[in-house]
Design a protein around this ligand. Sequence first.
Ligand SMILES: Nc1ncnc2c1ncn2[C@@H]1O[C@H](COP(=O)(O)OP(=O)(O)O)[C@@H](O)[C@H]1O
Ligand SMILES: [Mg+2]
Length: 266
Amino acid sequence: MSASPTNSLPASRPPAPEVMRDEIVIQVDDLHKIYHMGETQVHALRGVSIEIRRGEFVAIMGASGSGKSTFMNILGCLDKPTSGRHLLEGIDVSGLEKNQLARIRNRKIGFVFQGFNLLARTTALENTELPTLYSRIDKAERRGRAVEALKMVGLADRTDHFPSQLSGGQQQRVAIARALVNRPSILLADEPTGNLDSRTSVEVLEILQSLNDQGLTIILVTHENDIAQFAKRSIVFRDGKIRRDEPIPNRASAAEVLKTMPAMED
Ligand SMILES: Nc1ncnc2c1ncn2[C@@H]1O[C@H](COP(=O)(O)OP(=O)(O)O)[C@@H](O)[C@H]1O
Ligand SMILES: [Mg+2]
């Protein structure tokens, strides 16, 4: 891309071009996962096949134990399927060794979990910077990226705060910034609002929707229907299989919903 001095880049990332949006970023075929625990086996995924394209915002739903986290761990290259194929941006990752998987994961995937998993004695900025420590970029660039990521989640004024000095919603936003700092193409969020009250949950969804509008592919696990309504597509798991997969018509705008919710003290 050639930069022209009269056409400087905007502060936030521009939307990905439409041609890129159609590209398949995740493809899985007939995934099975069997956990072995001594004598017993748990067949957690029983033949899951799916395609997810760039720019999608998918909500994964289903009862506890239906296989959602198992599925997310495989999509995130944290775990391997027992059988089946998993392509990530066209690369077959199902056969890769642990260290190769870790490298791809670090480059392509951002994770957000229910517990924010921030280091307690470490500032928001340093927490955000952590995933860059494994990449070959210099300190100034790392710092710059962390500041940029914190700006994207609206926390530019909290860089030096420790987790204990932040609200739950702010801590989750730091966790989102940390997930974004290596500029992943996919964000995986497993029950990211599970520990948050309803207004704070919608605030987190507002950030996720805005990142999705900028081209980030998002896959979000939630057991709350209200939260799933902010995605563009919902997939329901039952007993390790996909039971439903459908677009969400008239998806809700978190920014609009927030206007109707009473403000709360921080
Ligand atoms: N590491 C593991 N070892 C053994 N069994 C597991 C493990 N993780 C999940 N399971 C089992 O696999 C099934 C699916 O679990 P999980 O993917 O965590 O479901 P969900 O996230 O939908 O609640 C459950 O029966 C669960 O007990
Ligand atoms: Mg789970």
